[in-house]
Design a protein around this ligand. Structure first.
Ligand code: C5P
Length: 286
């Protein structure tokens, strides 16, 4: 057991941000079934809030009853992995205030897992390095390491290899639209037709973004997601027809991001979230 004395902090409340892929190139399929990607990830100020308390038993609760609170939840995977790797014998209660929509391509579950690794490292005073946390994060899921960056990173491999970047040289505000249905990531990758993808060089795009301050939005997963659910395609069309700028699907869907300031007209059951880019300083959480 981690002994909790009166001088030791045993509670922590942390924000857990969503992400958007400003561009996402799928390069090829690997022998392990994953795809190599090249993607510019950006954290957003659309955040869940996670409350952690060291305690004498584990528990996970969430404001959204649709979220599993068993071992399917990446927070549980993060706790189990942290315990196994550090050999620390602690118990923790976690409560999630859910704001990030699920199956939306916004990385909510991955973000919650990364936030849990950061919190446990603080609460258990294990002093693990960022590299050690990143290696645990990659075991939990492809998108988890990004959330240990400072908010902007170029990610490759299956998404887990980070090249951390300075905050982008523009202060971007925009919105996310989430339709009432979600998209399952494995199906979107499986349904990809790699022969149909444009051969855009991600390094050139990244260079333009950082040197010329121009954002390029594209997502190689859109065509596959649109084939699986044509409603997504008509949603994008209607957003573009309304004059929305830079509309891209987030990750494997089902939400869309746009840098437009004017909120879109949307159908019943769709949700709109106003968002801004979010970055943090090196030794502080979001
Ligand atoms: O890593 P994660 O568990 O989040 O991935 C979920 C699924 O998405 C994988 O099992 C795989 O089918 C697909 N995937 C992929 N290539 C990636 C990331 C995810 O094919 N780069």
């Amino acid at each position: 057991m981690v002994k909790v004395d009166s001088t030791m902090t045993n509670t922590l409340t942390l924000k857990s941000p969503a992400k958007v892929n400003l561009f996402l190139r799928v390069l090829n399929k690997r022998e392990d079934g994953y795809h190599n990607i090249a993607s510019l990830f950006q954290a957003l100020n659309l955040c869940d809030t996670l409350h952690f308390t060291l305690s004498d038993s584990d528990s996970l609760t969430c404001t959204d009853p649709a979220i599993p609170t068993d071992s399917k939840n990446l927070v549980i995977k993060a706790i189990d992995l942290f315990r196994a790797k550090t050999q620390k014998n602690f118990c923790v209660k976690v409560h999630i205030e859910k704001k990030i929509p699920v199956e939306a391509g916004l990385g909510g579950g991955s973000s919650n897992a990364a936030t849990t690794l950061w919190a446990l490292n603080e609460l258990c005073t294990t002093n693990l390095t960022t590299e050690e946390l990143l290696s645990m994060a990659a075991e939990i899921g492809s998108d988890v390491p990004f959330f240990l960056s400072q908010g902007t990173a170029f990610c490759s491999g299956r998404g887990e290899l980070l090249q951390s970047m300075q905050p982008l040289p523009f202060n971007v505000k925009g919105w996310i639209v989430k339709p009432p249905y979600g998209m399952p990531t494995p199906a979107v990758y499986q349904n990809l037709d790699l022969s149909q993808l444009l051969n855009i060089d991600p390094a050139a795009i990244l260079h333009e973004i950082t040197t010329k301050n121009t954002l390029h939005f594209f997502n190689d997963l859109e065509t596959s997601a649109f084939k699986l659910n044509p409603e997504l395609s008509s949603l994008k069309e209607s957003l573009v027809e309304q004059g929305a700028e830079g509309v891209i699907m987030c990750g494997s869907g089902s939400s869309f991001f746009s840098i437009s300031l004017q909120s879109p007209q949307i159908r019943e059951n769709h949700k709109v979230f106003d968002v801004e880019f979010l970055n943090r300083s090196s030794n502080q959480w979001y």
